[in-house]
Design a protein around this ligand. Structure first.
Ligand SMILES: [Zn+2]
Length: 83
């Protein structure tokens, strides 16, 4: 009888811990789900290099006056040597 009481107590403690873990996991995924749209708003346009065709983020692209976009200063110079 003593063993049965202890088994029930241990079972209740384990069940309580598992329920708290699941609640914490759900809260964690909820937070990451809420952060995902924020990440999407921070995404930036990907532009194609006019010289080699490589796609680069807009913040890293090298722009030229006619609107041409390049992956690097070297490719800008290769396309417009005198600019
Ligand atoms: Zn390039």
């Amino acid at each position: 009888m003593k063993f049965l009481i202890w088994a029930v107590i241990v079972f209740l403690i384990v069940a309580w811990i598992m329920r708290n873990k699941n609640a914490a996991n759900r809260a964690g995924t909820g937070q990451s789900g809420a952060a995902a749209p924020g990440r999407n708003t921070q995404s930036e346009a990907i532009l194609q290099c006019a010289h080699c065709g490589v796609h680069v983020p807009a913040s890293e692209a090298v722009r030229h006056a006619p609107g041409a976009v390049f992956c690097s200063e070297a490719h800008r110079r290769l396309t417009y040597p005198d600019a």
